[in-house]
Design a protein. Structure first.
Length: 234
């Protein structure tokens, strides 16, 4: 780093403060939504014996959640291998999202001069969360041909065909989370980092201007000193 160039702490820059706080808030909201879709059994819904049955990633419940079966402790008993993989990918996306926030906070609070690298890492983590959610949305319908789903949704339920059942809100929120993760990743890498670079360029320009003025003043003082010396000699 050039001499005299320094990054201001984020709390001393109004623009950076607003950007970082908004980015962190939206990322935290993304993490909360991922938790919701992970635990809620409202991915697909159907009726069996006059009662509603809701299927989630690893469990199925009635509408009021009073009658549920399946848990993470019974991971091997999840109805479909595709749903097992979906459960793992959603868990990875949750971990990646909150790790990205932790990395951003660490770099901004402790490592100002390496903040650009911190945002790049956070961007990569959010991108990986988006990829995990994308894979989840693609492979979850593969499990619709399982016997448990066909017993509720009918024999016509098959891969990417939900039969008599309907896709519920948790699946659509998973798609929204996927898009949100990719957007936040882009903002982290491009928009916020450009602000950091702009701040660095401004500091560098100010330092250069200060150095130029100092050089000018030094030369002027030297010139005046030489003139005074010549005048005294005369």
């Amino acid at each position: 780093m050039a001499r005299g160039i320094s990054l201001k702490p984020w709390y001393q820059s109004k623009t950076l403060t607003i950007l970082v706080v908004l980015w962190a808030l939206f990322t935290a909201c993304l993490g909360i939504m991922i938790v919701v879709i992970f635990v809620q059994p409202h991915w697909i819904t159907g009726k069996a014996d006059g009662k509603s049955v809701n299927f989630g990633l690893y469990r199925n419940c009635s509408d009021d959640l009073s009658d549920c079966s399946g848990s993470l402790n019974e991971f091997a008993n999840i109805h479909s291998s595709a749903w097992k993989a979906s459960t793992v990918f959603v868990a990875f996306s949750f971990i990646s999202t909150f790790v990205s926030v932790a990395i951003m906070l660490i770099y901004w609070l402790c490592c100002f001069r390496s903040s650009g690298f911190g945002f790049r890492v956070s961007s990569g983590m959010q991108f990986s969360a988006g990829v995990c959610l994308l894979i989840t949305c693609l492979i979850f319908p593969i499990g619709w041909d399982s016997p448990a789903v066909q017993s509720v949704c009918g024999p016509q339920a098959d891969v990417y065909s939900v039969g008599r059942c309907k896709v519920n809100w948790a699946y659509w929120i998973a798609i929204i989370c996927m898009i949100d993760a990719f957007v936040l990743s882009y903002l982290s890498l491009m928009f916020i980092e450009r602000e950091i670079e702009a701040s660095t360029a401004t500091d560098a320009r100010q330092s250069a201007e200060t150095g130029t003025m100092d050089d000018f003043r030094s030369r002027r003082m030297m010139t005046n000193g030489s003139y005074n010396q010549d005048t005294t000699t005369l």
